[in-house]
Design a protein around this ligand. Sequence first.
Ligand SMILES: [Zn+2]
Length: 289
Amino acid sequence: MLKELDLCQLIDQFGDDQSCRNYLESLRWHSGIHCPKCGGVKISSILKRDQYNCDNESCRYQFSVTAGTIFHDTHLPLKKWFIATYLLCQSRKGMSANQLKRTLGISYKTAWYLCHRIRAAMSAAEGERQPLGGTVEVDETFVGGKQRGHQHKVGHPECTKQVVIGIRQRNGDLRLIHAEDARSDTVREIIKANIGGHVEVIMTDESAIYPWALNRIQKEKHRTINHTREYAHGDVHTNTVESAFSLLKRGIVGTWHKVSAKHLPAYLDEVCFRFDNRQKIHIFPAIRL
Ligand SMILES: [Zn+2]
């Protein structure tokens, strides 16, 4: 784990491929180098090609430190990967492929690919998180689409808006989940998958969805806020999940411009990843090995 770096320090420290490789090796093989295929620890190095050779007779796999990572088979200098990862992790509202293209002097296609791979690593990290507990806020919002208001219900062929369910643990992590619709049955499944038995309080607005979406035990912990009257009643509010929604919407409007339903889950994971790692001092929380 490294102390937080600014961009200048990052470029100083990882200005060439070798220093990037050394860093990746220290992350990946902190307890000694081993073969990614068979797990063998008898390894010899092929110095010329920055590669290693597994000495296990039945394996003989040749690999580099980037094998099986998001950098696998890349032709782009690792320095550019490091900067791209840094920018995607650090920019509060994310970064578009177009912006990355200009910043790094690479083609749009390469920039798009970098964003895609880094985002996939963020999604994988988000997928491994534990269910939320303590005090959680749950709310729903609608993103995308041109339509104003709700003339057509979500799910109607004329409606291009997508439903996002937000669940945020106070002083903890955030989940943003793309839902098929905002019906109780759908929300019930999402709550079941994302809120653990150790939850103490569940706060929502007075929407009719939630009494039906919560199970018996969750209902006993349910507190609601009437948004037509007030935003908060003591500490009963959904303001922290709503602030996450506004961050998401600023990303969609200001950075990504258009997010298709197909790619929405990846963007949601990206927002959550940045949020959940906001206080970490790793420089590359997204580098998954
Ligand atoms: Zn091996």
